[in-house]
Design a protein around this ligand. Structure first.
Ligand SMILES: Nc1nc2c(ncn2[C@@H]2O[C@H](COP(=O)(O)OP(=O)(O)OP(=O)(O)O)[C@@H](O)[C@H]2O)c(=O)[nH]1
Ligand SMILES: [Mg+2]
Length: 463
C-alpha cells in the first residue's frame, strides 16, 4: 500500500458548510473515481462573470460562451448568466457583495444549485461567496478539472489530473471545514490532539508527493522514447490547437491512428504518436495531444507538462483552427498563450484552417491571412495533400532539434551551439557535454561531427 490512499471517495457524504440544502454535488471532489459534478441528474448552473476595466466586451462574451460549453460538457445545464463591470475584483467576494446578493436571487429564481464564476476565485473568495449565495460557488478551473477527470483514461492522464485536483483542493480544505473521510489515515497517522483538517491536509500532501514521483518516472520514460525517435533522422511534428478543432480527426486522416474523436471539449488528454510519410518519401513522427481553451488554469498546464513535453520538443507545430468557430482569432490567441506558458512559442508553426467543408469561404479567407497556411477538411480529406506538402516545405526550411555530444576539449563547438542555436537542455557525463539544441540546417552541418550516434528500436507511444 505504501503511500496510497484508501479507495473510498473523498467528501461525498459531507454536509455543505452552511447547512443549506441544495442538491448540487458539483464542487465536491470525489477522488479518482468521481468527478466534481453529480451526474445523477443535470445540475442547473448560473454563470457569473466580471468584465474588468478595459477588457474587450467581445472577448468577455466569448469567454462566457466558452464557460457555458465547459459546464455543458461537464454534464450540467447553464440556466442563466450575469455579468458585472468593475475596475478591479472585490478582494473578499470577487464580484461586489451587492452583486452577489443579486446572483443569489437569480439562482433562486432559476432553481440553480451552483454558481460558476468565469474567473479564478481565491479559496477565501469562494468561501465568502458560498456564505452569501447559500449554494456552491465554483470557478472555471474547477469545471475544467472536472471535465479532465471524466476524460482521463491512461495512467499518465489520470495521474496528471489527480495531481491538479489535489493541488486545487489543498488550499481550499479550510474553507470547506468538511472532513473528507471518517477513516482518514488509519494507524499511525492520527496523533494526539491532531485535528481532522491537519490529517486531511497531510494525507493530500502525501498523495501529491506520490503522484509527483510517479510522474517523474513517466516523464523519464517518455524522454527515452522521444530520444530514440530522435535518433532516427525522422523529425517530430506536433498537432496543437483549440479543443474540438479537429486535431484527432486530422491525425486519424493522415495516419492509421485510431484516436477517439468526439464533438466534446477535451476528448483527448493523452499524446498519441504515429509515423507519417510525406509526399517526398521523408518520414516524420506526428503527435496529437490535449487541446487548449481560454484561461486554461495554470496548475493544469503545470500538471500536464509530461503530456506537453512533446509539443515543446517538436520541430514543427501544426496549429489546427476550427474555421467555423465564432471567434477563430480568439481561439488562436488562447492557444498561443498556452504555447508561451509551456515554452513552445519559438517552435515554428503552420496553420491548418480546418472544417473547410462547413464554411469553405471562411477557411480560405483565414488561410489567406497567415503566411503558408492551408485550408483543410479532416473529414472530407480536402486540402490534406497541400498540408502534407506544406509540412515538408516548412521542415526543410526550419530549424531542427538535434542531440549533440561535445567533448570537453571542444569548447569552441559548445560555444557555436549556443551562438547559432537554441539550447533546450544541457548536461554532462564522462563523454563530454550533452546538449539538445534547435539548429537550422547550416548549423546542423557545421556541428554534424558531434551528432549523437544512435540505433535502438523505435518505440511508439501506445494509443
Ligand atoms: N465538419 C467537420 N467536422 C470536423 C472536421 N474535423 C473534425 N470535425 C468534428 O469536430 C469534432 C471534434 O473533433 P476532434 O478530432 O475530436 O477534435 P480535437 O481537436 O481532437 O478535440 P479535443 O481532443 O477534444 O481537444 C468532431 O465532432 C469531429 O467530427 C472537419 O474537417 N469538418
Ligand atoms: Mg482530440
Amino acid at each position: 500500500m505504501g503511500d496510497d490512499l484508501p479507495e473510498e471517495p473523498i467528501g461525498v457524504d459531507a454536509e455543505p458548510a452552511d447547512g443549506a440544502s441544495h442538491r448540487g454535488a458539483f464542487g465536491e471532489f470525489g477522488g479518482a473515481n468521481r468527478g466534481l459534478i453529480d451526474r445523477a441528474f443535470r445540475e442547473r448552473i448560473v454563470l457569473a462573470g466580471v468584465a474588468l476595466g478595459r477588457e474587450d466586451p467581445d472577448e468577455v462574451d466569448a469567454s462566457m460562451d466558452e464557460l457555458a460549453r465547459l459546464v455543458d460538457t461537464a454534464g450540467a445545464d447553464p440556466v442563466a448568466r450575469m455579468l458585472q463591470h468593475r475596475d478591479a475584483p472585490d478582494i473578499a467576494t470577487y464580484v461586489g457583495s451587492g452583486k452577489a446578493v443579486e446572483i443569489r436571487d437569480l439562482s433562486q429564481q432559476h432553481d440553480a444549485d451552483t454558481v460558476v464564476f468565469d474567473n479564478e476565485l481565491t479559496p477565501a473568495q469562494q468561501g465568502n461567496l458560498e456564505t452569501i449565495l447559500k449554494r456552491s460557488a465554483l470557478d472555471r478551473t474547477a469545471v475544467i478539472l472536472d471535465i479532465f477527470a471524466q476524460n482521463a483514461s491512461s495512467l499518465a492522464g489520470r495521474t496528471q489530473v489527480e495531481l491538479a485536483q489535489l493541488r486545487y483542493r489543498l488550499p481550499r480544505l479550510r474553507r470547506s471545514g468538511r472532513t473528507f473521510s471518517q477513516q482518514a489515515g488509519g494507524i499511525g497517522t492520527r496523533g494526539p490532539g491532531e485535528t481532522q483538517l491537519e490529517v486531511d491536509r497531510r494525507r493530500i500532501m502525501r498523495r501529491i508527493r506520490k503522484l509527483e514521483k510517479d510522474l517523474v518516472g513517466v516523464r523519464q520514460n517518455r524522454a527515452t522514447q522521444s530520444k530514440r525517435r530522435r535518433r532516427t533522422s525522422n523529425r517530430s511534428v506536433a498537432i496543437v490547437g483549440y479543443t474540438n478543432a479537429g486535431k484527432s480527426t486530422l491525425l486519424n486522416r493522415m495516419t492509421d491512428a485510431d484516436v477517439l474523436v468526439e464533438d466534446r471539449l477535451f476528448a483527448t488528454l493523452d499524446a498519441t504518436t504515429r509515423r507519417l510519410e510525406l509526399p517526398g518519401g521523408e518520414a516524420v513522427f506526428l503527435t496529437d495531444t490535449v487541446g487548449f481553451v481560454r484561461k486554461l488554469p495554470h496548475q493544469l498546464v503545470e500538471a500536464f507538462r509530461t503530456t506537453l513535453d512533446v509539443v515543446v520538443d517538436a520541430d514543427l507545430l501544426v496549429h489546427v483552427v476550427d474555421s467555423s468557430a465564432l471567434d477563430p482569432f480568439g481561439d488562436i490567441d488562447a492557444v498561443r498563450g498556452v504555447l508561451r506558458e509551456i515554452g513552445a512559442e519559438d517552435v515554428p508553426e503552420l496553420y491548418a484552417f480546418n472544417k473547410a467543408d462547413t464554411d469553405p469561404v471562411a477557411a480560405a479567407r483565414l488561410a489567406a491571412r497567415e503566411e503558408g497556411a492551408v485550408a483543410v477538411s479532416a473529414v472530407t480529406g480536402e486540402g490534406i495533400e497541400d498540408l502534407l506538402a506544406a509540412i515538408g516545405r516548412r521542415l526543410r526550411s526550419s530549424a531542427r532539434v538535434v542531440s549533440l555530444v561535445v567533448p570537453f576539449d571542444r569548447g569552441d563547438a559548445l560555444a557555436m551551439a549556443h551562438r547559432e542555436g537554441e539550447v533546450l537542455d544541457e548536461s554532462s557525463d564522462e563523454h563530454g557535454w550533452r546538449l539538445r539544441v534547435r539548429l537550422d540546417e547550416g548549423s546542423v552541418g557545421r556541428l554534424a561531427e558531434f551528432a549523437e550516434e544512435g540505433g535502438g528500436p523505435i518505440v511508439l507511444d501506445s494509443p
